[in-house]
Design a protein around this ligand. Structure first.
Ligand SMILES: Nc1ncnc2c1ncn2[C@@H]1O[C@H](COP(=O)(O)OP(=O)(O)O)[C@@H](O)[C@H]1O
Ligand SMILES: [Mg+2]
Length: 366
């Protein structure tokens, strides 16, 4: 496993339950996945020695984050099975490459314009200015997550300020869409090209961070079927192997002559299990993490049927450890020392389960 974050931790726990022996590569000695791996190579992802040792020791290599260097995956793929493939990961690493790939495969996305860090053609800037006046989001093409590396702008002046702030890196300017609801589809695809997907999940974000997921999404059967069809077509277009998350926006159709009926646009894809699929740990026959292991190891894909009529996942952020004390409700002081939340109160509900990532320390907003 290239990457030792929480997603790697759950995937390696699933691998461990199936009897596989695992090694994780992560430069962080405290990497959450290290506690469940048989071995932890503390090394940068582009360390050729570590990669060669990994390739020699393993029969399959996978990754848990989209910023695994595509070059590292390519190097590994010369001598060992790697899934998902470097080219799939490379598409998801860059918002400009990603949106262009989707458009090239006939998949609808919102209006966008790429602004290269090396300087944009004036016609691109004119389009970006027109979009800014109607409301736009400026996003760095690479390395953004949880709403980081994004600025909302509503005028040409704000656009210019954002472009100055992100000077030198490629950015994408997207029209700010009037979202009715956000959904995601988790697809698992085998190397033979067979895919299965879980029921569509409905997602609510706060400040760009996932806050709540509800499944099945309350969007009606026609839209849900269309979201699944789109997600599978993305996986097929990538010739993807493993678990892929496809985030979609539901917007009203405002195109000329349209009637405002709900319409789906792909927002972004993640070449890995995804926060919005965490509910599968507790309410699906096969979790997204077990499925990732099954897909990349080339054994059969498991059932994606739900084991409950519905499920909800609430994302807990580090802020919970810093709630103001009862005698200081306005939180006058500084953040203070973290206080462990009252987990027993959560688990008093027999239908609730608790998953803590095991990060070294709680941090607000994370
Ligand atoms: N063009 C847009 N119009 C409206 N809301 C958006 C747009 N782009 C992003 N958002 C909001 O910000 C959230 C995070 O943006 P996203 O592009 O998914 O980046 P991240 O990689 O941080 O998840 C989205 O889930 C959505 O709520
Ligand atoms: Mg997102």
């Amino acid at each position: 496993m290239l990457g030792g974050g929480q997603l790697g931790k759950y995937a390696l726990a699933a691998a461990n339950a199936m009897g596989y022996r695992t090694v994780v590569v992560d430069p962080d000695p405290q990497a959450p996945a290290a506690v469940v791996a048989n071995d932890h190579a503390i090394a940068p992802y582009d360390d050729s020695d570590a990669l060669d040792r990994l390739a020699a020791a393993c029969s399959v290599v996978t990754t848990e984050f989209e910023n695994a260097p595509a070059a590292a995956l390519e190097r590994l793929a010369r001598s060992v099975r790697v899934a998902p493939g470097a080219s799939s990961v490379a598409v998801a690493q860059d918002r400009i490459v990603e949106k262009t790939f989707l458009v090239d495969h006939g998949i609808d996305v919102g209006e966008f314009v790429p602004i290269p860090g090396s300087g944009a053609h004036s016609s691109l800037l004119d389009t970006a200015r027109r979009m800014a006046n109607g409301g736009a989001v400026v996003k760095t093409a690479r390395l953004g997550y949880d709403g980081r590396g994004q600025r909302r702008v509503s005028s040409e002046a704000e656009l210019e300020a954002a472009l100055v702030e992100f000077a030198g890196v490629d950015v994408i300017v997207e029209a700010l869409l009037d979202l009715r609801v956000e959904v995601s589809v988790l697809v698992a695809r085998s190397s033979e090209g067979r895919s299965v997907r879980w029921p569509v999940t409905e997602n609510e974000h706060v400040d760009g961070v996932l806050d709540l997921s509800v499944v099945p999404a309350r969007v009606g059967p026609a839209l849900a079927a269309e979201a699944e069809r789109i997600a599978v077509s993305v996986a097929d277009a990538l010739d993807y192997v493993g678990v892929l998350a496809v985030e979609l926006f539901v917007v009203g159709d405002e195109r000329p002559g349209a009637d405002g009926a709900p319409r789906l646009l792909v927002n972004e894809i993640a070449p890995r299990p995804h926060n919005s699929g965490h509910w599968t740990l507790d309410a699906s026959v096969t979790s997204q993490f077990e499925q990732q292991i099954r897909a990349v190891c080339g054994v059969g894909l498991g059932s994606t049927a739900m084991t409950a009529p519905a499920a909800a996942m609430v994302n807990l952020l580090g802020d919970l450890w810093f709630l103001p004390a009862a005698d200081d409700p306005n939180g006058e002081g500084s953040l203070g020392d973290p206080v462990e939340p009252d987990w027993a109160a959560v688990l008093a509900d027999p239908d609730a389960t608790l998953h803590l990532y095991g990060k070294a320390e709680p941090r607000p907003g994370r």
